[in-house]
Design a protein around this ligand. Sequence first.
Ligand code: B12
Length: 306
Amino acid sequence: MPDFAARLKQLRTTRNLRQVDLATAIGVAQTTIANYEQHNRFPDEETLLKLADHFAVSLDYLLGRSEITVRSDDILRFRADEAAQAHTLTPAARDYLTKLLEGNKREAFDLVIERVRNGVTVGEIYRTVLEPSLREVGRLWETNEISIGKEHYFSRATESLMGQLYGQIRFNGRRCAAVVLVTAGAEQHDLGLRMVSDLLEADGYRCVFLGPGTPAAEVMSALRDSGAAVLAISATLPANVDSVQTMVQSIRTEFDGNRLDRRPRIVVGGRAFNLDPTLWRRVGADSYAEHADAAVTTVNELLSAR
Ligand code: B12
């Protein structure tokens, strides 16, 4: 495998960047990049993270310890799709977004809760209002049209609205297996995974939502204690995909001696996997779904095939 110097040069040249372009983008001198590529210097922690973020790769990939990465052309295509979707927000998503960004939280919540009272399912609200408006907020933040504070406010408020909507979910009364849900590595984005959890519960699954920051040993305990049939892992940042792979490998090893039907099936998802639809196979998962509705279908299919 290449070392850091070779990997950096490879990443830079395959993106058609000159040393000076990369230097400007991450805020260092051109000679610094030249020194990195010639093994003369090694970056500090902050610069390493900037480089990984800039190329949308993990630190392991940047250091030549992993070959798992999302292809840059996939990222560009995905971003273009996201930008195009901004113009096709549903009127309800547009209203929610506008009201909340103006600070009218009560009105924003009321218009969503009103729709649920009128028969719209929570799943539909997630798909047509909350998910697209969250993505649009990300785009507005990336293009400097709103501040990071507004983006935080919007996501925290949406999280609290989801808590209220949970009470409105219509559960279908089936009694299904348990599913443990976690995010990988340092991943803090967990709203998408919560949507997956809520819709699985609505379909009858017992969900053990662990979310971000759960140590591997605790994930194992939760799988054993709940007798889970499925582990659902979410990653939004490409930098966390390696951690998904590590988690998949340790679960496989841990349950290796168990009967086939006692080994948890592993399903992955989240923005990082949506960027490159071949990635889920490369991390060794059993399946993948692009969004929360599809996640329910996928889990049903995985378990009916056992
Ligand atoms: C809200 C948000 C935050 C919140 C998260 C709050 C929370 N509790 O989740 C906070 C403020 C904490 C945050 C932090 C950061 N964020 Co942020 N964030 C977002 C934002 C605006 C929305 C994310 C979201 O909720 N989307 C909506 C959900 C519903 O979509 P989803 O996650 O894709 O989930 C769906 C599917 O993927 C699927 N799914 C999800 N998980 C799973 C799992 C399984 C098993 C299955 C089957 C399916 C599945 O189902 C879901 C529902 O359909 C996005 C913008 C965007 N385009 O997504 C940026 C975004 C993801 N963030 C970004 C960044 C850069 C960051 C920070 C690094 C910023 C910083 N410098 O601090 C940090 C990183 C924190 C960390 N270590 O994880 C970038 C990522 C760019 C990249 N490299 O890919 C984005 C894209 C913004 C942007 N346009 O640049 N963020």
